[in-house]
Write a protein that binds this ligand. Structure first.
Ligand SMILES: C[S@@+](CC[C@H](N)C(=O)[O-])C[C@H]1O[C@@H](n2cnc3c(N)ncnc32)[C@H](O)[C@@H]1O
Length: 320
């Protein structure tokens, strides 16, 4: 599996950013993960290897994460290569002249993150469930000393490498791991858990893990689906929620705050709740499975097709 994951780089990254406390545990977890790679990894590696030479590379963030540079290759061939890494759920990205129109406009969520009180400057930041790393680029641009992204899906690692193989940003490190694989040694200044809580079977255990990852006095940014109720309420869907099988519990903001306080966080900011719109999440040529539109009730868009409250989201920041 040499070449799939650069363990030397990971070793360097954790040493360079003064996270020696967790360096060896992380290397051991990555090594273990490499023992059982996904069956499609060779196909995704081949797609990465087929991307063209680009010179004078730069990256910028505006309405997309945009990679620019000088390239002689045929844009249609590049687009076909990038489509071999479908589905692109998070983004959007601009790769030279090609617009990767992902299912989610993640930069709308990023605007909501920026509207909180969180300050990433000179921090070692961990983004749990980072998807293809779309927010890692934005957090780095916001001045973080380092950004570790963890997501167990090998496809998303390859999508991240589409940009990182050109940019080689030494402040970024994607680990193809789950949150449960990380050592709980209070190593990070700031931890983000966005879109993960409702996928965890035991949400309180997830919050306790987050507590174990953050330094004393450090910050948590929790972004998740909530019930629109102003009262304390909790939904445990008996079957699917908005078409998703792996949704375990959705609290109202009041219950989520109780959970955070119970495990020892001090809440510092609670955003308005925001309904997920079809501008933010929809099918596209780069993600052609069903999306939010197909998962809302035909006659009432305040409900999912199963009859649950439609997704609203909140961001809560808290001090550990
Ligand atoms: C709903 S997406 C959210 C992605 C991104 N954070 C965002 O807010 O747009 C949930 C992500 O969590 C990842 N995930 C699933 N199980 C995980 C685990 N055990 N540890 C870390 N991430 C996980 C999934 O692969 C997926 O990319």
């Amino acid at each position: 599996m040499n070449g799939l994951l650069d363990l030397d780089y990971i070793n360097y990254f954790f040493a360079a950013h003064r996270m020696n406390l967790i360096r060896k545990d992380i290397i051991a977890a990555c090594y273990k993960k490499l023992q059982k790679p996904h069956g499609d990894v060779a196909r995704w590696q081949a797609a990465l290897n087929d991307l063209p030479v680009i010179e004078n590379v730069s990256i910028a963030i505006d309405k997309t994460i945009k990679l620019s540079g000088a390239c002689q290759a045929d844009p249609n061939a590049i687009e076909s290569t990038l489509k071999r890494l479908c589905p692109w759920r998070k983004g959007p990205f601009q790769f030279l002249d090609i617009h990767i129109d992902s299912e989610w406009d993640s930069l709308l969520k990023w605007q909501r993150v920026q509207a909180t009180d969180i300050d990433f400057s000179d921090k070692n930041v961990l983004d749990i469930g980072c998807g293809n790393g779309v927010f890692m680029w934005a957090i780095a641009q916001a001045g973080a000393r380092s950004v570790t992204g963890v997501d167990p899906m090998w496809l998303f690692y390859h999508q991240f490498m589409v940009l990182q193989r050109y940019v080689n940003n030494p402040h970024l490190c994607f680990l193809p791991l789950g949150v449960q694989d990380l050592p709980l040694k209070n190593a990070y200044d700031s931890v983000l858990s966005m879109g993960v809580l409702y996928h965890r079977k035991s949400p309180l255990d997830h919050l306790l893990q987050l507590k174990g990852l953050i330094k004393k006095g450090g910050d948590l940014l929790m972004e998740t689906i909530v019930l629109p109720d102003t009262q304390k309420a909790l939904l445990t869907p008996q079957d699917r929620y908005a078409g998703m099988r792996n949704v375990w519990m959705i609290p109202s903001v009041g219950v989520l705050c109780d959970w955070l306080i119970k495990v020892g966080f001090e809440i510092t900011h609670i955003s308005e709740i925001v309904k997920t719109t079809l501008d933010e999440q929809r099918q596209s040529a780069w993600m052609d499975f069903y999306s939010l539109n197909q998962f809302l009730h035909n006659d009432n868009n305040e409900l999912t097709i199963e009859g649950h409250p439609a997704p609203y989201r909140v961001i809560i920041t808290a001090r550990s």
